[in-house]
Design a protein around this ligand. Structure first.
Ligand code: SAM
Ligand code: SF4
Length: 375
C-alpha cells in the first residue's frame, strides 16, 4: 500500500468530468475521443456510463461538474434525458458550477430550458471562428449570423457562457484575427477560451499536409488576443483563458490547482487520491466494460512536479503557502528557481511565483527548465 504524501483533506474529490464522445460531423483538426453519432451506440454507451459512475462515485458533494465531448448537445432528447437521469446521482454543492458543452447549431430555446431545468448553469460553446473562409479547411459549419443569434439566446438563459476561439488557422492574418476578436467582444460573454491550431497526428489536416502557422505570427496573434480581451474587461487568468470578474472556470481551476477529480466516460482521465488514470478511447471496449487502460500512483516528487507544471498555467502561478501546506516543504527548498528569476522567466511577490506576461508565450519551455531544477 502506497502511503499518501499529501494530507487526505487535499485529496477530497470536488469535481467530475463526464465525456460524451459523439459528433454528427468530424472536424479536420480534431483528435479528441469521438465517434460518429449513432442512436443505439449512444444508448449502449449511457448504460456503460451508468455502471462506471455507480461503481466508482463515493457520494462526494461536488463543486464542479463538466460534461464535455465530442458534442454532448447533439444527443437525441431521449438520450439526453437518460444522461441527465444518470447525472442526477451526482450530488452538487450549493454554489456549484455545472458546465455543458454545446455546438451552436444545436442551441434552441427548448434545449436551453431543458438544460436549465437539469441543474446546468454554465454553457461552453465551440465557435472557433466567424470567418466563412475556414469552413472547408476545418470541415466545420461556420455561420456568423446563427452563431451570434444562438450565443445571444444562450445568454438570455445563462449568465455564465464560455466561447472557444481558435486562431493561427491556415492563412489567417492578424486582420482576420482582429475581426474575430471584434465579434467576440461584442458577444460580451463571461468567459473566452482561446486555442492556437495544432495539426495533430491522424487528423485530416495532417493527411492534407497543412502546416501550423510560424511561431512569430502565432506569438503576435497571442499578444493581440491578450491586448484586445484585457482592454475589454476580461481578466487574463490562465495562459489561454480569459474571464470577466468572478467567472473564471471553477472546473478548469481544479486541474490547474492540481486538485482531485473523477473522469467518467470513454477518453476521460481522472485523479483520485494519488492515482491518475485514463479510460479507454475505444467506445466498443468502454461499452463492454473494459474501462481503465492506464493508471499510475504518483510519488511525492511527481506530485510536486505536476503541481508546478499545472499551477504555472495560471497567471497568478504557484502560491508558496499552499505548496508548503500540501508538500510539507517550502517551494524554494523543493525547486531551485534563482536562475530563471534572474533571466526574467519567473517573477515573484510575497505570496506567489509566476511567469511574467511577456514570457507566457514560452511557458512550456520555462516549465521544463524549472522541472529540471527539482532539488
Ligand atoms: C473538447 S473540444 C470540443 C468542443 C466541441 N465539440 C466543439 O467542437 O465545439 C474543445 C476545444 O478544443 C479546441 N481544439 C480541438 N482540437 C484542436 C486543435 N487540433 N488545435 C487547437 N484547438 C483545438 C477547439 O477550440 C474546441 O472547441
Ligand atoms: S472539434 Fe468538437 S465537433 Fe469537431 S470533431 Fe472534435 S469534438 Fe466533434
Amino acid at each position: 500500500m502506497v502511503s499518501l504524501v499529501v494530507p487526505r483533506k487535499d485529496c477530497k474529490i470536488k469535481s467530475c468530468y463526464v465525456h460524451v464522445p459523439f459528433c454528427k460531423k468530424v472536424c479536420s483538426y480534431c483528435d479528441f475521443c469521438k465517434n460518429y453519432y449513432d442512436e443505439q451506440v449512444v444508448s449502449n454507451y449511457l448504460d456503460a456510463l451508468k455502471i462506471e459512475i455507480k461503481n466508482n462515485y463515493k457520494g462526494e458533494v461536488l463543486n464542479t461538474l463538466y460534461i464535455g465531448g465530442g458534442t454532448p448537445s447533439c444527443l437525441s432528447r431521449d438520450n439526453l434525458k437518460e444522461l441527465f437521469k444518470i447525472l442526477r446521482t451526482l450530488k452538487l454543492s450549493k454554489d456549484y458550477e455545472f458546465t455543458f458543452e454545446c455546438n451552436f447549431e444545436d442551441i434552441t430555446e427548448e434545449l436551453l430550458s431543458f438544460l436549465k431545468e437539469n441543474r446546468v448553469n454554465r454553457l461552453s460553446i465551440g465557435i472557433q471562428s466567424f470567418n466563412k473562409k475556414y469552413e472547408k479547411v476545418l470541415n466545420r459549419i461556420i455561420d456568423k449570423e446563427k452563431i451570434i443569434k444562438n450565443v445571444s439566446l444562450s445568454k438570455s438563459y445563462f449568465d455564465n457562457v464560455n466561447v472557444d476561439l481558435m486562431y493561427a488557422l491556415p492563412n489567417e492574418s492578424i486582420n482576420d484575427l482582429k475581426e474575430d476578436l471584434m465579434v467576440i467582444v461584442k458577444l460580451d460573454v463571461a468567459h473566452v477560451s482561446t486555442y492556437a491550431l495544432i495539426v495533430e497526428d491522424h487528423t485530416k489536416l495532417k493527411i492534407d499536409k497543412i502546416k501550423e502557422t510560424n511561431e512569430d505570427l502565432q506569438n503576435e496573434m497571442y499578444y493581440e488576443i491578450i491586448k484586445e480581451l484585457s482592454k475589454n474587461g476580461y481578466e487574463h487568468y490562465e495562459i489561454s483563458n480569459f474571464a470577466k470578474t468572478g467567472y473564471e472556470s471553477k472546473h478548469n481551476l481544479t486541474y490547474w490547482n492540481n486538485e482531485r477529480y473523477y473522469g467518467f466516460g470513454a477518453g476521460a482521465s481522472g485523479f483520485v487520491e494519488n492515482k491518475r488514470y485514463d479510460n479507454t478511447k475505444s467506445i466498443k471496449n468502454y461499452i463492454s466494460g473494459k474501462t481503465i487502460v492506464y493508471e499510475e500512483i504518483l510519488d511525492k516528487k511527481t506530485l510536486m512536479k505536476d503541481e508546478v507544471m499545472l499551477n504555472l498555467r495560471k497567471t497568478s502561478g504557484i502560491n508558496k503557502e499552499t505548496f508548503k501546506n500540501k508538500y510539507n516543504i517550502s517551494f524554494d527548498k523543493a525547486f531551485n528557481y534563482k536562475d530563471l528569476k534572474l533571466k526574467g522567466y519567473l517573477n515573484e511577490n510575497e505570496a506567489n511565483v509566476f511567469i511574467p506576461e511577456n514570457k507566457l508565450f514560452i511557458s512550456n519551455e520555462i516549465i521544463i527548465m524549472l522541472l529540471e531544477n527539482i532539488i
